[in-house]
Design a binder for this molecule. Structure first.
Ligand SMILES: Nc1ncnc2c1ncn2[C@@H]1O[C@H](COP(=O)(O)OP(=O)(O)OP(=O)(O)O)[C@@H](O)[C@H]1O
Ligand SMILES: [Mg+2]
Length: 428
């Protein structure tokens, strides 16, 4: 009897054990399947995004084909297409039509930038760069004399930067850039490449500011592909999350996290002084004023010595070109009158056209964008004064010319206040 009971108990125990085992097995099987499913989905999404975003090979083959046919020429062409001494490294692109790669070229650490124009993801406000014209390399046409090309360049520049007394020296700068083999004359392929490059805001700015220090130096070009110096630290925050993580972390939390990864305060102050200097350079600069229409932290980087560099100049436009483009823009509301990320004008409700004058100067938008960056971690005795000056700066309205005195006063005060704090530290 006892034996019967025992064996029944044992049987039921085994049964329970087996049932439990198969339940655990199913559970683990399911979890394994889920893990495999999720990870292959992540890999698939990563891969498809990568292959959409990173098309450096295509960029290279398009450019090199044009080079081999003799349509374009430039200082980077033979390194890129014949000697293979200019390599495409890590893909940094975040948009498919704007290819950005780290590149190495001899001793230089560079960044290669190339435009793929077949994908027409036009963004609102990017129409100041006529992309179609760039890729075709149809200008200047065969038979155009150097004099005629000079006129073309001059009138293009005049439309961009307005009537400037020293326009001819800007034309000369462009010509010395275009003469990539330095043989003293501009061939048709060189002229075509120079014309294509000239349409790009970033290149124009690099030429205009070539003897200043806040834009990366242009190292070379081939057609409308160009190579600039690599800036070691981007963005302004030390933190740059891989995009799958960015999707998961809410914006508010991300903004907070970014503030944890910033350099020490004196270094941030030095970086901000760099931004103030850049603003000074392009306000009534040698070739007119420019508007920086993207003040997001991703636009800037800094060197190992904490000197600010502008890494994305695509939304820095000559003020004259900005005005001309804005008055042509139709609008129902003020929000239709935005260029880039943060250059706004207002809407003329009678004529349904945007007004020409920018609502806030570069300085005010820069103070607004970097207020938290600069205030966090600031020495206690400085907090109040710094905050006061930053708010005064953010309150500046209209274009810089309209309140020149106040603009320079605020800029200089901020610079002096920050310099005084850091001039005795190693970081200056
Ligand atoms: N000279 C440079 N040195 C180092 N990094 C650079 C340089 N130029 C660009 N980058 C980096 O390349 C990446 C892509 O730059 P890009 O400005 O083209 O795209 P984005 O800012 O991510 O997108 P978008 O400006 O269209 O919103 C950015 O992370 C930027 O920091
Ligand atoms: Mg950018």
């Amino acid at each position: 009897m006892a034996r019967g009971l025992f064996s029944r108990a044992w049987l039921s125990k085994t049964y329970h054990f087996q049932a439990r085992l198969s339940y655990i097995r199913v559970k683990y099987l399911f979890l394994t399947w889920l893990a495999v499913f999720v990870s292959s989905w992540v890999v698939y999404v990563q891969y498809s995004t990568y292959s959409e975003l990173c098309r450096g090979r295509e960029c290279k083959s398009i450019i090199c084909e044009k080079y081999s046919k003799g349509i374009i020429d430039g200082s980077a062409c033979s390194s890129l297409c014949e000697e293979s001494s200019l390599y495409f490294g890590r893909c940094l692109s975040t948009k498919p039509n704007n290819q950005v790669y780290t590149g190495s070229w001899g001793d230089h650490d560079g960044v290669i930038k190339c435009h793929l124009t077949d994908i027409l993801h036009y963004e609102l406000g990017d129409e100041l760069e006529p992309k179609k014209e760039v890729a075709l390399f149809d200008k200047p046409t065969r038979g155009t004399s150097v004099e005629k090309f000079k006129e073309m360049v001059a009138s293009h520049l005049k439309a961009k930067v307005g009537e400037q007394a020293n326009l001819s020296s800007l034309v000369s700068l462009i010509f010395s850039l275009a003469d990539s083999n330095k043989d003293g004359h501009i061939s048709l392929p060189e002229a075509k490449s120079a014309w294509a490059l000239l349409q790009l805001n970033e290149v124009l700015l690099a030429v205009v500011l070539q003897d200043r220090e806040h834009t990366p130096r242009l190292l070379g070009f081939c057609g409308d592909l160009y190579v600039v110096e690599r800036v070691p630290h981007t963005p302004l925050y030390g933190l740059s999350l891989p995009w799958p993580m960015e999707l998961w972390i809410p914006t508010g939390m991300r903004r907070n996290m970014e503030q944890w990864f910033t350099p020490s305060w004196p270094r941030k102050a030095k970086i901000f002084i760099g931004l103030l200097e850049l603003i000074e350079d392009i306000f009534h600069g040698t070739f007119g004023s420019f508007l920086m229409c993207d003040m997001r932290a991703s636009t800037f980087g800094y060197t190992n010595r904490h000197d600010l560099r502008l890494v994305d100049g695509r939304r820095v436009v000559a003020e004259e070109a900005f005005k001309q483009a804005m008055i042509l823009q139709r609008c129902e509301d003020d929000k239709d009158c935005i260029y880039g990320v943060d250059c706004r004008t207002s809407c003329n409700h009678v004529e349904h056209r945007c007004k020409a004058e920018v609502a806030q100067p570069n300085l005010a938008r820069a103070c607004g964008a970097l207020k938290d960056y600069l205030l966090r971690g600031a020495p206690v005795h400085l907090q109040k004064e710094l905050e006061k000056q930053l708010f005064a700066c953010m309150a500046l309205k209209g274009s810089a010319e309209q309140m020149e005195m106040e603009h320079s006063l605020i800029l200089n005060n901020l610079k002096t206040l920050l310099w005084k704090q850091i001039s005795h530290t190693n970081d200056s």
